[in-house]
Design a protein around this ligand. Structure first.
Ligand code: TYD
Ligand code: MG
Length: 492
C-alpha cells in the first residue's frame, strides 16, 4: 500500500523543503512555502520497467528515418507578435506570456484571438479574471484596424460587424470567424469545454487563477499552478491545439510561481517597457521553434495595440539637436535595427556614496563602462551620481551600446556633445579598446535611412573591414576609432 508524506514547495523558485520555514533557503523569499501531500512510490520504483519493442513502433530510431513534423505555423494576425513567435504560432505548442499588470497582455491576446478566429482557426479565449461583459467591452474598443493582416482586414470587418449587430447575453457563435469566449477558472470545466469544442487555439488569461477543485491549495499557489499548467499543456499536445497562457509577474519581474512553468512551455514571451509609455515591447526569452533575439514593438492606442513599422522614427521623435549627455545608438535586435537615444546625467553626489542608476541597459555593464571611462577617459566619476536611460522604455541588451553609454556619460560630465546627426555603435573592452560589432552594414543603412550622416564605429584593425577615418560609404561619413579616448575626441 502506498503511503503519503508531506513536503513544502516554494512558490517563488519551486524548491522542495522537508519542513516549513518562514524563508526559503534556496531563493531567500519570505513566506513562500506551502504544504503539498505526495504519494510515496515505495519499492516499485526500483523494479525495472518492461517495455516491448515492435517493428511498427520501435522505441529507438535513426534520426534520418524520422518523418519531420509538417509544423505549419498559423499567423496570429499581428505581424509583430508573429515575429517574436518565430513566424507564427505552432499547433500543439504552449506559449507563456508574462508582463506587469496593465501592460497589455489581455489586449494583445484578445486582438490576436480575434484575428486568428477571423483567419479561420477556431479560437477559444478563456478568461479566469474578467467577466464576459468585461471581455465584450474590451473587444468593442478594439477595431479591425488594429489587426494589420491584409486578408484578415477583409474577413475581420465582416466578422466584427456581425458581433456588434447584436448585444446582450452571450450566445453561441454562428460563424467560425468569431472568437469564442468563456469565463471559467475551474480546470475540470475547462478540460470539458476543450474536449467538447475541440478548438485550434486556446488562450488562458490567466493561468494563475485556474484551479483544480480537488486540490486544497489556493489558486495561484505552486501546487495549483503546477497542476493546472501541466494539465493544460498535456491537453494541448494531445488534442493538437495551440495554447497561449498568460502568467503574472512578481515584483522582481519574473513570471510568478515556480520556475517550472517556464520549463514546461515551448515559448516564453515578456512584455517590456512600462505602462506609462505608449509603446510596448515584447521579447522572446525562450523559443523552441525560433530565435529569441526578436522583439515586437507596439503602440497602445485607444483602439488597442498597433504594430510599429518604423520604431527608429518613433524613438527618435524628439532627438534632433546635439545635446551634451545625449547620444544616438544604432542598436540591433534580432533581424531588426533601430535607432535609440541614450541619455546620461551626472550630478555631484551629496551623501558620499555615489549613486548609479540605469534604465534600459544592464546596470552591471554601466558600472564596467564607468570604470573604463575613469581609467581611459580621463574623468573622475567617484564623486558623481550617474543616471543612464534609454529613451522610450526600450531595453538594449547588446554590448554594442557600450560606446554610446560611455560618450553620453562623458558628454554629460564635461558638457560636450557629438556633432549633430551623428550615430554611434561599438563594444568597449576593459583596456579601453573598441571592439567591432555585428551587423555593421545594417546599422549604417538604418542610420542613413533616418537621415544621419556621420557614424562613429570601432575600427576593425588588421581585418580591413572598415575604411579609414573620414572615408565615406553609401554617403555616410564613417569615423573609425580604435580606442575610447579616440572616440571621446569627437565630443566638442
Ligand atoms: P490590459 O490588456 O488589461 O493589461 P494586462 O492584461 O496586461 O493587465 O490593459 C492594458 C492597458 O491598456 C489598460 O490600462 C487599458 C489600456 N488600453 C488602451 O489604452 N486601449 C485599449 O484599446 C485597451 C483595450 C486598453
Ligand atoms: Mg489582463
Amino acid at each position: 500500500m502506498s503511503k503519503t508524506h508531506v513536503r513544502f514547495v516554494c512558490s517563488h523558485c519551486g524548491a522542495f523543503q522537508s519542513k516549513w520555514m518562514g524563508k526559503c533557503p534556496d531563493c531567500g523569499e519570505w513566506n513562500s512555502l506551502s504544504e503539498q501531500v505526495v504519494r510515496d512510490v515505495g519499492e516499485d520504483r526500483h523494479r525495472p520497467l518492461v517495455v516491448r519493442d515492435d517493428d511498427e513502433s520501435p522505441l529507438v530510431v535513426p534520426v534520418g528515418d524520422i518523418q519531420p513534423d509538417a509544423s505549419s505555423r498559423w499567423p496570429s494576425g499581428l505581424p509583430e507578435f508573429d515575429r517574436v513567435l518565430g513566424g507564427g504560432i505552432v499547433p500543439g505548442s504552449a506559449v507563456l506570456i508574462g508582463g506587469d499588470p496593465g501592460i497589455g497582455k489581455s489586449t494583445l491576446l484578445l486582438q490576436a484571438g480575434q484575428a486568428m478566429a477571423a483567419l479561420g482557426h477556431k479560437t477559444l479565449y478563456i478568461t479566469s479574471e474578467e467577466s464576459l461583459g468585461q471581455v465584450r467591452l474590451r473587444s468593442d474598443r478594439l477595431t479591425a484596424g488594429a489587426t494589420e493582416h491584409e486578408t484578415l482586414r477583409e474577413i475581420g470587418t465582416t466578422a466584427s460587424g456581425k458581433s456588434r449587430s447584436r448585444s446582450g447575453s452571450p450566445r453561441k457563435a454562428e460563424s467560425p470567424t468569431e472568437l469564442l469566449v468563456s469565463a471559467q477558472a475551474n480546470l475540470d470545466i475547462i478540460s470539458n469545454i476543450l474536449s467538447k469544442e475541440r478548438p485550434d487555439v486556446v488562450v488562458i488569461d490567466s493561468v494563475q487563477m485556474v484551479y483544480r477543485p480537488d486540490v486544497a491549495a489556493a489558486p495561484g499557489s505552486a501546487a495549483q499552478l503546477r497542476d493546472a499548467a501541466a494539465r493544460l499543456i498535456w491537453l494541448a499536445k494531445q488534442m493538437g491545439f495551440a495554447l497561449i497562457l498568460v502568467g503574472h509577474v512578481t515584483k522582481d519581474g519574473a513570471i510568478a510561481g515556480p520556475k517550472i512553468l517556464e520549463h514546461l512551455v515551448d515559448c516564453v514571451i515578456y512584455f517590456e517597457g512600462d505602462r506609462y509609455h505608449a509603446h510596448r515591447l515584447i521579447r522572446g526569452v525562450k523559443n523552441r521553434f525560433g530565435s529569441t533575439d526578436e522583439i515586437g514593438i507596439f503602440e497602445m492606442t485607444s483602439s488597442g495595440l498597433i504594430g510599429v513599422d518604423d520604431p527608429s522614427r518613433m524613438f527618435l521623435a524628439t532627438q534632433r539637436q546635439a545635446r551634451p549627455g545625449s547620444v544616438v545608438l544604432s542598436a540591433c535586435e534580432g533581424t531588426r535595427t533601430l535607432l535609440v537615444e541614450v541619455q546620461a546625467l551626472t550630478s555631484q553626489s551629496v551623501f558620499g556614496s555615489a549613486k548609479r542608476k540605469a534604465t534600459g541597459v544592464d546596470a552591471n555593464r554601466v558600472s564596467m563602462i564607468l570604470a573604463v571611462l575613469e581609467k581611459h577617459g580621463d574623468v573622475v566619476l567617484g564623486d558623481q551620481d550617474v543616471f543612464v536611460n534609454i529613451v522610450g522604455g526600450v531595453r538594449v541588451n547588446e554590448p554594442a551600446a557600450d560606446l554610446a553609454v560611455a560618450l553620453a556619460v562623458h558628454g554629460a560630465l564635461t558638457g560636450r556633445s557629438l556633432p549633430e546627426s551623428t550615430v554611434v555603435c561599438g563594444e568597449l573592452g576593459l583596456g579601453g579598446e573598441l571592439r567591432s560589432v555585428s551587423h555593421q552594414r545594417q546599422r549604417m543603412a538604418e542610420a542613413q535611412r533616418i537621415g544621419f550622416r556621420t557614424m562613429i564605429i570601432p575600427s576593425a584593425t588588421g581585418r580591413g573591414k572598415t575604411p579609414p577615418t573620414g572615408a565615406t560609404r553609401e554617403n555616410m561619413n564613417l569615423l573609425t576609432c580604435e580606442t575610447l579616448a579616440h572616440a571621446i575626441r569627437h565630443l566638442s
